[in-house]
Design a protein around this ligand. Sequence first.
Ligand SMILES: Nc1ncnc2c1ncn2[C@@H]1O[C@H](COP(=O)(O)OP(=O)(O)O)[C@@H](O)[C@H]1O
Ligand SMILES: [Mg+2]
Length: 1002
Amino acid sequence: MTVHEGKEFGVGDLVLLDNITDEAIAQNLKLRFEKGKIYTFVGEVVLSVNPYKQLNIYGQDVVAQYKNREIHERPPHIFALADAAYKTMRRLNTDTCIVISGESGSGKTEASKIIMRYIAAVTNIQQRAEIERVKNILIQSTCILEAFGNAKTNRNDNSSRFGKYMDINFDFKGDPVGGNIENYLLEKSRVVTQHSGERNFHVFYQLLAGAGEKLLSNLQLKRDFKCYAYIKDGSSASQDKADYNNVAAALSALGVTGPHVDTIWRVVAAILHLGNIAFKKDGDTVKVVNEDVLKTVTKLLQIDQKDFGQALLSRTLAARGEVMDKLLTHDEVFYARDAFAKAIYERLFTWLVKQINESIRPLSQSTTYGKNTVIGVLDIYGFEIFESNTFEQFCINYCNEKLQQLFIELVLKQEQEEYQREGITWTPVEYFNNRTICDLVEAQHNGIIALMDEACLNVGNTTDQTFLEAMDKKFAKHAHYASRQTAPQDKTLVHHRDFRIVHYAGDVVYNVVGFLEKNRDPIFQDFKRVLYNSKDQLVAEMWPEGAAHKTQVTKRPLTTATAFKNSMLALAQKLQQKEPHYVRCIKPNELKSSTLFDERLVHHQIRYLNITQNVRVRRAGFAYRSPYKRFLQRYKLICAQTWPNFSGSDRDGCKAIIEAHRMGQDAAFGKTKLFLRSPQSVHYLEEARNAKLPELVILLQRMWRGAIARRRYKQMLAVRTIIGAYRHYKVRSYLQQLTKTFKGVERRPDFGKSLRWPDPPKTLRRFSDYTKAIFNRWRASKVLRRVPQEEWQQVRTKVAAYEALKGRRGCDVTGKWQGNYLATIHDNADSSAYVQSLNTLRSRDSFKLALFSSFVVKLNRNMKQAERAIVVTEKSIYKMEPQKFKCSKGPLSLDLLTGISVSDGNDQLIVLHFSNKMDLVIGLKSPNARQDRIAELVGVLITRIRQAYKRDLKVTVCSREVPCHLGRKSIRILLHSSPPNGGGSPVFHKHSSDTVAFEPGA
Ligand SMILES: Nc1ncnc2c1ncn2[C@@H]1O[C@H](COP(=O)(O)OP(=O)(O)O)[C@@H](O)[C@H]1O
Ligand SMILES: [Mg+2]
């Protein structure tokens, strides 16, 4: 059956009680105890009532129910607290601690083991070997520490006789990577004496019960514990033998090697033998009765027998460089023997703790990722009241006062102070503050410890009694102190022996006898020297201070009480730096019974543990608080207003979140912190946050992808810049080459026509084409500038002719083109008649220019030839008879001219095609047979048509025949195969009805 399946009894959280009184709380605990519900919450504090029987509530199935849950999600259980400490550590990345308090036998050590096992069970999911090793040692080491540090007392069969504070280090993933154990004040007086009904430390009985015959005989031990004075008053226990085997296994798991294990058992055995050394008076001196036992001891410790014998019986005193031996009295000898036994046992214990620490020491920060965090678990001896209470109880109870103080400070005082500081409406809850008791014990100059130290320092005759008197004087009026002297009517206090302290947990009467001796705790230098010189390396190692020479006066070490006080102060400080969690153990009865619930006893514990006040503060208070900044940071993703960024103050951001989730009723807004009343609210917020986290992952991915894309884009830009720069470079060098090539080009005779253009880069091809064109224009303008303005028209004409004919027909553009040839004597003997006739026409038809004129042979409609003269004006072409230059017909309008056909030879045939199909077929005649005027006429016509009609004439160059129209008739002009020069007088011959041969003039 699991916890969760079980029905709840009473209330699981005392905060829910109707009536908050000690009685009601005890009643509730009783009800639950009887039903096997040993755990109860007070908010986040767990109360644990010792069941004194094995309960099946710690299995793997129960672990699974509590793993990763919020503390109040499941029924009360110590697992819930362990998980909270673990979770808090991981969430806030801070150290946490679990403080376990309660009186002796109430279940603290069990609780600490349960917590350890829980943490081991929920960590290292990835099964890393090193973590398993660390966890294994952490768990196994308890068994060694308990063997050497626990004993049966009248309160508890397995009572811790030392305090233990254990840090477990976690890596950033939350796996335990190491740890450290600190031990406090081992009750070593137990090695030599025990109260009746109690036992010495377990290990002595375990060794005798469990060691093999061979080991026993090596150690010269008998199996019967009654043979040994130090342990004979104890009793054997059924599990001693099995425990011995467990210890042996744990030592090997710890990596303690064979020779060291050997030494451990030899030291333990030596102590047993030591107890049996007997002394007798022999006149003024004291003698050892059983030398053989002494010999055994020296053999086991591998120390010098003579030196040891001497050290037992006398003491070396060193003063001002002089050394002298002083013999001890009969009583002193016994005391020295016991001191020796206690000392070597304590050193052995310390060495074991060191050994454990060494094997679980966490790797240094630099070799691990992220921050290491720590969970500290404090399991320290509980409050003790025995029949006779002495120095050890005094220390132990003082320790409990300190822990109670810490609890009050953190849970009651600080909590209430915080509400006030934060301005939350609050009615203070009264509670008993044990500060005054702590002061009584520890105050710098006026505390009991200070008085004790003072008494110890006094040479001369200070005794326990004088120490008691000093206290009586100092604390006569103290409410928490009493002795027969200060309270003469109290017959329970024995004169000159007892004093009482009213502890928070009850009144304890201490027997002052032995206080000073235990506080001084002398172990004589002679012993240390003997041990330092042991042949056993480990033993020698445990006593380094034995190296000092006889004459050297050693510095007095701190007294036991002061050392203990200091370690308590350090501990309190260490705990205060961590987020605390509390387990408060309650003992249901004094009889270790699983059924008895002693209401009076429990009632008492409830009162002194301040549980009622704890419940009150808790009920009125808030389960959760967080600085605004941290709260906003953690939960901003569950509110649209605050995600991803909130622009207002942190406080307003928190308010927005609280309002968005309708938790206003449960929240209070302090000056710097947000408070939430119920743990359920926190639980709810956490759930909401967890639900949102996947979105956050997606967001992160998006951001990351964006970052990658941006980076790529930047690379692209860079590439473009580089390409740009390269192009720039190419362009620049091209331009430089260009300017270099064409430098001074205007002074070259050909204006750079013959220069080779550099090859342009690809991007500048079009540019190059443009510049070439610009250059050509410029060059043309340069060339043209040499030509007088009035000749420009002629140049234009020549260019037009050249463009039309080049490559197809000869085209001579050299020399001056006369144009109006008939007006020259050279061509026309009767030029004056022509000019007169032309003037008549000009005034009749009002044209301005005669662009071209020539004598021609014309093919007429009958395919006969006729001599004529033609004149090309800017408007039309005139045909005249060649004597009197009279026009027989009207002119042919240039408007109708559509094309020109010429032959590819030098002959002077030219056909002008008109749109009315009345083509003009003529051969030009000139006085100079070598002159070719076809090009000139073509040029004139093209230029004129372009200028006047903005169109281009089609110029056809024919090679064998020229097709044309004479009216409706299509005919072909056959060309002479090998024409001589142009000029002369060409002739047409009719060949057939549609062919005419053209012969150039000779
Ligand atoms: N949770 C528990 N379940 C069963 N037995 C328990 C439990 N807690 C304590 N006990 C019993 O009580 C005894 C004393 O407990 P322990 O933890 O040693 O007390 P403390 O350390 O407070 O002196 C244990 O030996 C065990 O028998
Ligand atoms: Mg204990």
